[in-house]
Ligand binder design. Structure first.
Ligand SMILES: [Zn+2]
Length: 268
């Protein structure tokens, strides 16, 4: 019980969290676009990617500007990718969902930061097939601090982070040897970016919710893999990071009930 727990979220708090989430979502669009290109996220300001005209503040308001401009650049009329308002809406929606699930607590603030890091990892992996160390390394460090200081369990936190990494290291080595053995042209199976993301998940989630998250991720990954194979007739490499991110959110919001249901199922 902290001082925050006694504060019941008022409409003002809900609105503030929604606006804050959309603003951070707008910043995430910059991160997703520029970090893989090794460009500065601080300078220059946002531009139309088509005509390079700098955006004025009123054309750069999260969600609202997209609607007011009807999805087109004011200068060149090129259509603006629906990805921008989508990322803003997703980030705002996740913050509101986290506030509903965890209340106005320190836990909420920390998990909001996690949610934004995961959204950036999700889109960058979809775009580039890379999970960047500049996101996972701070993610692991913050996750260990969160598990140790806020959830008060250092050892399970560290163990889950190590287990997540070790599992994907084994999968990576195994798939590399397998692909080499069958002389596949795809040299990489599962990359080490996935192992670092799994370590990050372990740190934030702890052992029980990590198991739930990985289970959900592999289930989702299999469905995506089968769907792609059905479409193209052969096995295609696809980024696994987005499945891990969705598994993490599933575990974050419903992990404990899934775990209890599962254990009840096992114990009978
Ligand atoms: Zn333009």
């Amino acid at each position: 019980m902290t001082i925050f727990d006694v504060l019941i979220p008022s409409p003002l708090v809900w609105s503030a969290v929604l606006i804050y989430g959309a603003l951070i979502g707008s910043f995430l669009n910059v991160v997703i676009h520029r970090v893989p290109r090794e460009e500065s996220i601080a300078w220059p300001g946002s531009r139309c990617p088509h005509c390079m005209t700098a955006l004025s503040w009123k054309d750069n308001i999260p969600l609202l500007s997209f609607v007011l401009l009807k999805g087109r650049c004011r200068s060149c009329q090129a259509s603006i990718s629906g990805r921008y308002p989508l990322v803003e809406a997703l980030n705002a929606g996740l913050y509101v969902a986290l506030l509903a699930a965890f209340g106005p607590t320190l836990q909420f603030l920390a998990l909001a930061a996690l949610a934004s890091m995961l959204l950036a990892i999700f889109w960058i992996d979809l775009d580039t097939m890379y999970i960047l160390n500049v996101l996972t390394y701070p993610g692991i460090a913050l996750g260990i601090a969160y598990g140790g200081l806020i959830e008060g369990r250092w050892l399970p936190t560290l163990a889950a982070a190590a287990a997540g990494y070790a599992l994907f290291w084994l999968i990576s080595e195994g798939s590399r040897l397998y692909l080499k053995a069958i002389k596949s042209i795809h040299e990489d199976g599962m990359g080490m970016g996935d192992a670092k993301l799994a370590a990050m998940m372990g740190a934030w989630l702890g052992p029980e919710r990590l198991v739930v998250a990985l289970f959900a991720s592999f289930l989702l990954g299999s469905i995506i893999g089968l769907a792609l194979k059905a479409r193209s007739g052969k096995s295609e490499p696809f980024p696994f990071g987005p499945a891990l991110v969705i598994g993490t959110f599933a575990s974050l919001f419903a992990g404990e009930s899934i775990w209890r249901w599962y254990m009840g199922f096992l114990v009978g």
